[in-house]
Design a protein around this ligand. Structure first.
Ligand code: ADP
Ligand code: MG
Length: 341
């Protein structure tokens, strides 16, 4: 049974001065226990909106979010409050900014006691303190007794992020959402923190949604990658396939912008990205193309055809489990102008 099932999720923001921005458009995916799924895309593509909606900070305009497992189903039967509690116990978050996510007034132990008391099995006293120390050890913060007494300002960014991860684990969640969890940390410790998340995922059979704009770590730490462009998933598949053989011109552009030594086609893709970047000066045109129903990427796309202005293609299967939303991968429909003349 999947740990998290998202079906046709759409999120609109109401903008100042009227108007509406569709930040997430028809997103569907499933997340299994023990699986890491990476959600990648440039800034503004809607990744954080997905996370905010899944954590119920933002209300979806339509669609369904369902947690797996019997506990969630049981709680739902016991009413709204029980359902809410179970939801927030089962699904936890690690934020981008470890400096903002911890209260400077409180000790590390305080940060961990709270979720343990709220969602744990009603431990008190010595049992509670032991649980706090266990959590700190599980994220390699030792000696745990010393760390527990500290305040956030006494810790490095990496140590703070470990505390934030420990806090997320305190409720013994099944689903962990990590929104750019290392992008504010020193480059030298990023892999350590991602390695920690990876180990915790395996040890605890967590379902992990790893949100990032970094393709290299997405490939390394996740089995599947979903590429999002302006609210829409444009490509999805096994990580190696998506990064080594990107099918969508947008993914090709992202991959070229972040060269990976293992990627054989880097040279040609880089040249392609430069062409795309040159075309990318047309802000107004880009906004327009989001509204008129055509492919959203077409004004940046070096392969744009007439058909791309008509409607976005479905997500056709390029090969088993690897899909991309691009007309290049579709049989050309009859009557499309490229084929007609
Ligand atoms: P990402 O995390 O990929 O950078 P976001 O989900 O933060 O993307 O943003 C997606 C789009 O929604 C952007 O165009 C952003 O400007 C817009 N947006 C984000 N939050 C709000 C909000 N609270 N109100 C209106 N628009 C928003
Ligand atoms: Mg974001």
């Amino acid at each position: 049974m999947s740990a998290l099932t998202v079906t046709d999720l759409t999120v609109d923001y109401h903008q100042r001065g009227g108007g509406r921005l569709r930040a997430v458009d028809g997103l569907s995916f499933e997340l299994e226990p023990g699986q890491t799924l990476a959600l990648v895309g440039e800034s503004g593509s809607g990744k954080s909106t997905v996370v905010r909606t899944l954590s119920r900070f933002v209300k979806p305009s339509s669609g369904r979010i369902a947690l797996g497992g019997d506990a969630a189903q049981d709680a739902a039967r016991r009413g709204r409050r029980a359902e809410r509690r179970a939801y927030h116990k089962t699904l936890q978050l690690v934020f981008q900014d470890p400096f903002a996510s911890l209260n400077p007034m409180h000790t590390v132990a305080h940060h961990l006691r709270r979720p343990l008391l709220l969602h744990g099995d009603h431990r008190r006293g010595a049992q509670l303190e032991a649980a706090v120390l266990d959590l700190l050890r599980s994220v390699n913060l030792t000696p745990a007794q010393d760390v527990a007494r500290k305040h956030p300002h006494e810790l490095s960014g990496g140590q703070r992020q470990r505390v934030a991860i420990a806090r997320a684990l305190a409720t013994n969640p099944k689903v962990l959402l990590a929104d750019e969890p290392v992008s504010m940390l020193d480059v030298s410790i990023r892999l350590e923190i991602l390695g920690l998340l990876d180990r915790l995922k395996r040890d605890r059979d967590l379902a992990l949604l790893y949100v990032t704009h970094d393709l290299a770590t997405a490939r390394h730490f996740s089995s599947q990658i979903m590429v999002m462009y302006r609210g829409e998933v444009v490509e999805r598949g096994p990580s190696d396939r998506v990064i080594l053989y990107p099918a969508h011109p947008y993914t090709q552009m992202l991959a070229a912008a972040a060269p990976d030594p293992a990627r054989t086609r880097a040279q040609s893709a880089e040249a392609r990205a430069q062409r795309i970047a040159r075309r990318d000066g047309h802000g107004a045109e880009r906004r327009e193309s989001a509204l008129d129903g055509g492919c959203r990427f077409r004004s940046r796309c070096p392969f744009a055809m007439d058909v791309c202005a008509t409607r976005p293609p479905d997500l056709p299967t390029a090969e088993a489990g690897h899909v991309a939303r691009c007309w290049l991968l579709e049989p050309r429909p009859t009557g499309a102008s490229g084929a007609a003349s």
